[in-house]
Design a binder for this molecule. Sequence first.
Ligand code: GAP
Length: 492
Amino acid sequence: MEAQATTTPTFELKDIISHAKEYGFVFPSSELYDGLQAVYDYGQNGVQLKNNLKQLWWKAMTQAQQSIVGIDASIFMHPLTWKASGHVDAFNDPMIDNKDSKKRYRADQLLETKAEAYAEAGTPEKGTALLHEMARLLDANDLAGVRDLILAEDIRCPISGTKNWTDVRQFNLMFSTQVGSVAEDADVIYLRPETAQGIFVNYLNVQKTGRMKIPFGIAQIGKAFRNEIVARQFTFRMREFEQMEMQFFVRPGTEGEWYDHWKEQRMRFHQAIGIAPGHLRYHDHEKLAHYAKAAVDVEYKFPFGFKEIEGIHSRTDFDLKSHQELSGKKIQYFDNELNQNYIPYVIETSVGADRLFLATFCEALKTVVTGEGEQARERTILDLHPALAPVKAAILPLTKKDGLPEKGEAIYKALRTEFECYFEEKDSIGKRYTRQDLIGTPFCIAVDHQSLEDDTVTVRHRNSGQQERLPIAALADTIGKQVSLTSILRNL
Ligand code: GAP
């Protein structure tokens, strides 16, 4: 049923954070001990929403594709992996400290903030020029030049207000630990900073055992770890997070068309989960990562501005070639059509599960006005696509007597094997509806006295607040169709 509602402006980040905590979506990690910076835990509703997003991505990128398969590689990998990938030498952020406040900043972020200020002040061309200059200096690894630029732009520490800056230094973002039982003999290994390398080192295994023909892809969902210098904006930038990555292996020379293909496909995905087209945009990279030939971000309009949720990268044969060189093992593909061996080129799509979660959550939290005139009522709802909602249907007996709870429980037991359900008999029906609106439950099933007589129930729709009478026997099918991930996959 269509929402008959008007929507008021979206919420600020602080509202998002408190809603996420109050309704069991996201908690600060180890909060009992005052938390751990930039690490978060997903609560009972958050894990459902996140799992639904991950499942949807997995189905969209494997099941619904002719030539993409999935793997699940380990977090720990041979240390040479990260030498070959370039992460040991080049996975750095430039950092700078303010000597007065003792606060540490990412030098590039200070300059980006200044560029945004130029744009807001109506002089975007100054911001663009600044970003070009920053990219040039960083590419040349001219860190003294980056510091001079910060000084020339009169950038001050937001805390101390001074320009008393240290030199700019490179800071490697990889976490390391030791493997082996005796400390002296232990080898340093890294916690993977991206899942992609697990795919690259398994390229030959998958290609051979799966008899894969180019073009084909390998997808993976898994944890990644980065020692972010400045961790902020809630789950946007975390030290432990999850990535959903796919490497698409193509014939050299065709990478341009596949880059365009995946750029378009991934945008469709974000729109299909319910993000308004106006809240999404592409952003071409000024400064390319060490492995990339071309790169574009899909950005979402967070309460703190447009920011990256996904990257699409044309990685050439950089990774496979480096692994071939360092491992000494041949990584080649024999192309029957060309009668030729080559190292495939790669187009990568890489989206953070946590950032996708945050974008989905920010997009969904809204205030709607239903009814007109004196009947008009303002409600806060979590307008999630029904297939993504943590709970699909809440079964709510109108009162706690006359056999209504028993009737409700029988419905709950029958439906909970079909989709995620919730049963509650406490509090007024209005309060219970409100609680379900706030966690995004698309359907509330009220069990009343009529239900005892004719086996029908009232089904209330979250967005419109409208109700309809349905036979209990029809619930599994009617609701089931609307809450299935297939309903989104069909629109991709
Ligand atoms: N394999 C390519 C790669 O890792 P990236 O742009 O560094 O590329 C890809 O990361 C995606 O991973 C980002 O678009 C973002 O969604 C997510 N991501 C990266 N760092 C993150 C962090 N510190 N916290 C949460 N998500 C992060």
